[in-house]
Design a protein around this ligand. Structure first.
Ligand SMILES: [Zn+2]
Length: 304
């Protein structure tokens, strides 16, 4: 009788399941298409522009976390992936309140309706396209989780428990991390299914250690956002610890952040500018852990 070999875990990309072993260097938080009333004049929706950015990025996987009703483009993501050979993991789920004006259906939908929409994206495909989502987005406001955000988070927990897809949560300026973990774990989500984004906006290592001790994943994803702080401070933070729970991204969420639209730093910034500095600080093995091994574990679909 042949030995029973456990199946290799997989990540769901817009072109279908991919073995975690094939994910490679991963930008754990970015955008290729986005349109939000919270960011007027900053829409970006050009497939050729996205291809130019991705092709010059030296990345092997991009986690594209544009959620429901914010300009997400499943067919565009498939085309970018097909033409560049770069894996793209798309998101279902919902952002924080600021991106959904009063009267938007997400505010009146029931938890079950919110969850069912996510399950359809994860299991059947998004917005009538064959591309399936591979991660669940959620979001909280600055210093609070509003009632509407709380309902969407509870729905995200239900979708996570039913599919094994991870939940990636937007924190506003790095606040509410522990409260988000409390809410999701109270709903029965395993800590290793939770990824907290934008923690580097509040570069408080003691707080990050406390969050990491809960067993969740941390994202430092404002690399190259010099208006927030110099990259040197981010290099110090990464070198100080928590590398075993950490992932990186650029979170290019505005048109002005892309070279293809005449701005910067552009999607090539992570590998071409920041990572060479990071290698000199922490060495190749630690960089590989952050860019390859941690995302392979965090974004794996862990069948419940
Ligand atoms: Zn983002």
């Amino acid at each position: 009788m042949p030995p029973i070999v456990p199946p290799m875990p997989e990540v769901m990309t817009v072109l279908g399941p991919v073995s975690t072993a094939d994910l490679g260097v991963t930008d754990a938080h970015d955008h290729l298409f986005l349109r939000s009333p919270a960011l007027p004049g900053q829409d970006f929706d050009d497939v050729e522009g996205a291809i130019e950015e991705v092709a010059g990025s030296d990345l092997e996987t991009v986690v594209e976390v544009t959620p429901i009703d914010l300009g997400r483009n499943p067919a565009g993501m498939r085309e970018v992936s097909e033409r560049t050979g770069v894996h793209i993991v798309a998101a279902t789920g919902y952002h924080r309140d600021a991106h959904y004006p009063p009267g938007h259906w997400v505010h009146s939908a029931t938890v079950r309706q919110l969850a069912d929409r996510m399950l359809a994206d994860l299991e059947d495909g998004m917005d009538g396209d064959s591309a399936r989502a591979g991660v669940i987005k959620a979001g909280a406001s600055y210093q609070r989780i509003t009632p509407s955000e709380g309902r969407r988070m509870i729905a995200a927990a239900a979708a996570c428990k039913e599919t094994g897809a991870p939940i990636l949560v937007h924190t506003e300026i790095g606040t509410m991390g522990l409260e988000i973990v409390d809410l999701l774990t109270r709903e029965g989500v395993a800590p290793d299914r939770i990824i907290l984004a934008h923690l580097d906006r509040n570069p408080d290592l003691e707080l990050h250690r406390e969050i990491a001790d809960r067993g969740v994943w941390l994202e430092y994803d404002t690399v190259g956002r010099i208006k927030y702080r110099p990259d040197s401070q981010l290099l110090d933070l990464i070198a100080s610890g928590l590398q075993e729970r950490m992932m990186l991204g650029l979170d290019l969420g505005q048109r002005d952040y892309f070279r293809a639209y005449g701005g910067g730093p552009g999607l090539g910034y992570l590998m071409n500018t920041f990572v060479p500095r990071l290698r000199r600080r922490i060495g190749d093995d630690a960089v590989r852990g952050i860019l390859v091994e941690n995302p392979a574990r965090a974004f794996a679909i862990t069948k419940p």
